[in-house]
Design a protein around this ligand. Structure first.
Ligand SMILES: [Zn+2]
Length: 393
């Protein structure tokens, strides 16, 4: 049997989410037919939607544009007892979400939305699969699709959790990064990542490394690792090469798809090329709606990334470390695309620059750099938790 991929987006031709779309709970149903499950949702209008599976616990999630779930108790859909739980709630502005917690691993084998009179019916068929065939592995995109917050906090709020920082040593394995005078960017960044980890742990943070040895890790896998480990902040470490002495000194980059700085474009192309060289397909992971959703999610995250970048450049300047003349820049680095983890990429220096090379191989300089980054994380985390209170309005 072939089943449908993890995530897909379906927009019926007639769909237009102009007004709110309502779910008729009483006319909807969950039916067990031998081993299969059929979910039928009765809607008052057709609408774009997406379906995907999440693991731990196993869930089927339906997001629908314009779906207004006010007054609709999805747990009362007839047949809901076939599920471990059924929940519903608003997702992003203008979208509603239904979450079906599964009792066993299933694959979605059919998803059909049909108009019926004034309304529409969305029908999904699920077939049981072996646990190892369950296609709900977490991925970078699942950032967008976290469940609505549980009403009971899982964590004791009187004991604040330490901030968890994902450190991403650039390149590795087949992708050596920049090369100069016998130095490999990949090696330098892994060594520096270990030094930085020690400083961060001493400063009271938890650290996750996206790469622990000299191995190739794709850009998306780096974000996935950060996400899967619940990172609060993502810092990618690089010391790239730019031709003709175009760059010297440290720079801090944040996501900007519109960046038109020539050096930034060259660097972004270099980084993405590494994935292509290693045979990873960068296409097909985004679609238009997903792109829109990513932008919406990023709208919350981007100011937090910017704030961290500012703390970084301030701390680097305070420590007297060589900074690029324009130290905080936007760039379309794929690794900064996580929609909900504030992310920055630091070029500690450029391997093409002789004095940067001397710094990067100087343990005393590296210790100052690591200390400055740890200081920036400390200040940012205080700032960010103060702002979090405001964000939660
Ligand atoms: Zn690099």
């Amino acid at each position: 049997m072939r089943w449908l991929p993890l995530i897909w987006l379906l927009i019926p031709l007639a769909a237009h989410a102009e007004g709110p779309v309502r779910l008729d709970v009483a006319a909807s149903a969950i039916a067990a037919d031998r081993k299969d499950l059929t979910i039928t949702l009765r809607l008052d209008a057709p609408a774009p939607y997406r379906v995907f599976l999440l693991d731990a616990p196993k869930r089927l999630v339906i997001d629908m544009e314009g779906l207004d779930l006010a007054g609709a108790d999805a747990a009362r859909i007839p047949g809901a007892a076939a599920m471990e739980a059924v929940r519903a709630g608003p997702f992003r502005p203008g979208w509603g979400r239904l979450v079906f917690q599964l009792r066993a691993p299933y694959a979605v084998i059919e998803a059909v939305q049909q108009t019926a009179g004034q309304g529409a019916t969305l029908r999904l068929r699920l077939s049981p699969v072996a646990a190892e065939d369950f296609a709900g592995a977490p991925n970078a995109m699942s950032a967008l699709w976290d469940l609505p917050q549980p009403t009971t906090p899982v964590v004791d709020p009187s004991r604040p959790q330490p901030l968890r920082v994902a450190i991403d040593p650039g390149h590795g394995g087949i992708d050596s990064g920049a090369l100069a005078e016998g130095l490999r960017e990949a090696d330098l960044m892994l060594a520096f990542a270990r030094e930085l980890t020690e400083k961060l742990i001493r400063a009271g943070f938890e650290v996750v490394l996206t790469r622990r040895k000299d191995e190739f890790v794709g850009l998306e896998a780096r974000m996935t690792e950060a996400r899967a480990s619940g990172a609060d902040l993502f810092i990618s470490l690089h010391a790239d090469a730019l031709p003709d002495g175009q760059a010297a000194g440290a720079s801090v980059f944040i996501w900007n798809s519109q960046a038109d700085d020539r050096a930034s474009r060259q660097l972004a192309a270099r980084h993405d090329r590494a994935d292509l060289v290693a045979g990873l397909d960068l296409q097909g992971t985004d679609d238009q709606i997903a792109g829109t959703l990513m932008d919406m999610a990023r709208a919350d995250t981007q100011p937090r990334s910017e704030a961290f970048a500012k703390h970084m450049s301030a701390h680097l300047a305070q420590a007297g470390l060589a900074l690029h003349r324009n130290p905080v820049k936007g760039a379309a680095f794929s690794v900064l695309k996580s929609p909900d983890i504030p992310s920055t990429l630091v070029e500690l220096g450029f391997l093409t620059d002789a004095s940067d090379r001397a710094n990067l191989t100087d343990p005393a300089w590296r210790a100052r750099m690591a200390q400055a980054i740890a200081g920036a994380v400390t200040d940012w985390s205080k700032d960010d938790s103060a702002r979090a209170a405001l964000r939660r309005h």
